[in-house]
Design a protein around this ligand. Structure first.
Ligand code: HEM
Ligand code: HEM
Ligand code: SF4
Ligand code: SF4
Length: 439
């Protein structure tokens, strides 16, 4: 027997999509039964009160969480998002409903053993409800009380060797695409680089030291499966600098209809037989592909490595062998001064595990040194770039200026010069001028 009536939420149990309402009800029922005989450390009816408060929000169209909440674990300045219900008498099970961010493995590969161990901790000490995963990447434990935070942290670190994720004005939890684990487009090992940098910068992740939040994301090719270019202050996007590898026999197999284009991604609709001219050659943004006498040729020096031809004929075209990544800076959501995607800072950098990714770490630390000093309070690095200029970032990053850092040159003539670059500098005497030019 449910604790609260939820007529509006009940409607969300119909339809084909997995219903979060049905799932929460199932967890509520399982806690009520308590087949394992657990000594639940937060109210057993926490999930029922969550449904109750959510139903109330559905009714009046307003949230019922109080403003903010500052909780955590000793030693760290982030990782837990505190939250309190604004109707604690009506819904005591969610009077405290803090969220714990738990560091996820890269590519989100799990064993059932690990997931089971995580859930054993969470069933006992939390609501039993989760988010798999937060948009940044973390495993999200949804809903527990303040006294359980250190208990959970102890068990995660001592029993499972797992740390918290990041929150606050710091390096947030980095995330990567599946990369080399299961993708033949991967130009570098995005999971390995992500893991290495996450470990390298644990201090910056756990103890806020920045003007504002800062995120890393790692896409091993320009397809952007982790959306690094839109969702991370520094985006690492794989690419290559030699030629696309063309297998002419496989090209013929696509043309002959033996291989489906785009690995069959459009098979649910009849688009007619594959037309290599129409679907590949004419769609190349650089117009650098030709297909003549049954042979596909690419003028690689004009190729912008957009991935289109490779995505369309994955069995015939492969990324090159000289691989690395591009680094883009400044992506952010609209607040305060408008949304930004990453702007190209380093066109090509080797991703070299042998020297422990030193050149990438140098670049990151240069950008941080600059932004940590110059960034205003709660100013994302993308906004610092706008305020102080892309040139200031390039200079601070210690990388060369490059035509590829702009989509087009400026059209306004408000061009600043350094005094050193101007003959005679800025110190001028009006009297000298008057000798030549009368008033
Ligand atoms: C035959 C007459 C004129 C010629 C050929 C002329 C030409 C120019 C040129 C080439 C510039 C520079 C534009 C640039 O920076 O891209 C300029 C700027 C300017 N002119 Fe003239 N101009 C003339 C008359 C005038 C008059 C009559 C006024 C004011 C009453 C005037 C006011 C200005 C001002 C204020 C600027 C500076 C604009 C800026 O800094 O962007 N000009 N003019
Ligand atoms: C109370 C009177 C005025 C005020 C408050 C005023 C204010 C301004 C401001 C704020 C700017 C922009 C500066 C910038 O872009 O950083 C400007 C530019 C300009 N003003 Fe005025 N202005 C006044 C009168 C005048 C008059 C009387 C003229 C011409 C006869 C004039 C000609 C210009 C020109 C040509 C510019 C462009 C300069 C440039 O692009 O660098 N202004 N003014
Ligand atoms: S971003 Fe590229 S390499 Fe990574 S999973 Fe997606 S397609 Fe593969
Ligand atoms: S990767 Fe893009 S730009 Fe390069 S040849 Fe293929 S379609 Fe053209």
């Amino acid at each position: 027997m449910a604790k609260h009536k939820t007529p509006l939420l009940d409607q969300l149990e119909s339809g084909p999509w997995p219903s979060f309402v049905s799932d929460i009800k199932q967890e509520a029922a399982s806690r009520a039964k308590n087949e394992k005989g657990l000594d639940y450390q937060i109210p057993v009816d926490c999930p029922e009160d969550l449904l109750g408060v959510l139903e109330m929000s559905y009714t009046d169209g307003e949230t019922h969480w109080k403003h903010g909440g500052i909780v955590g674990v000793f030693g760290y300045g982030g990782g837990v998002i505190g939250r309190y219900c604004d109707q604690p008498e009506m819904f005591p099970g969610v009077a405290h409903f803090h969220t714990i961010r738990v560091a996820q493995p890269n590519g989100k590969w799990y064993s059932t053993k690990l997931l089971g161990d995580l859930m054993d901790i969470w069933e006992l000490r939390g609501s039993g409800l989760t988010n798999m995963h937060g948009a940044t990447g973390d495993i999200v434990f949804l809903g527990t009380s303040t006294p359980q935070l250190e208990e959970i942290f102890f068990e995660l670190t001592h029993n499972l060797d797992i740390d918290l994720g990041g929150s606050g004005s710091n390096l947030r939890t980095p995330a990567a695409c599946m990369g080399m684990s299961r993708c033949e487009y991967a130009c570098y090992d995005s999971q390995e680089l992500c893991y290495n940098l996450t470990m390298e910068y644990q201090d910056e992740l756990h103890r806020p030291a920045f003007p504002y939040k800062f995120k890393f994301k790692f896409d091993a090719c320009p397809n952007g499966c982790v959306a690094a270019i839109a969702r991370s202050d520094l985006s690492f996007i794989g690419t290559w600098k030699d030629d696309i590898k063309v297998n002419q026999e496989a090209v013929a197999a696509y043309v002959g209809g033996e291989f489906p284009p785009n690995a069959g991604a459009h098979a649910d609709r009849d688009w007619g037989p594959f037309d290599i001219q129409k679907e590949v050659v004419d769609l190349c943004p650089s117009k650098c592909i030709s297909y003549e006498d049954g042979k596909l040729t690419i003028d690689n020096k004009e190729c912008v490595r957009c991935m289109h031809c490779i995505n369309t004929m994955p069995r015939a075209l492969k990324v090159g062998d000289e691989r690395g990544c591009s680094i883009l800076c400044g992506a952010k959501a609209p607040i305060l001064d408008g949304p930004q995607m990453g702007s190209l800072l380093v066109p090509f950098m080797e991703v070299n595990k042998d020297d422990d990714y030193q050149s990438i770490k140098d670049l990151i630390e240069n950008v941080w040194d600059w932004w940590m000093e110059e960034g205003k309070n709660r100013e994302r690095v993308g906004e610092t770039m706008k305020r102080l200029g892309m040139a200031a970032l390039v200079h601070a990053a210690g990388v060369p200026f490059d035509a590829r850092q702009v989509q087009e040159p400026r059209h306004n003539p408000y061009i600043f010069w350094k005094a050193d670059d101007v003959k005679g500098g800025w110190d001028r005497d009006i009297n000298d001028f008057r000798k030549r030019h009368q008033r």
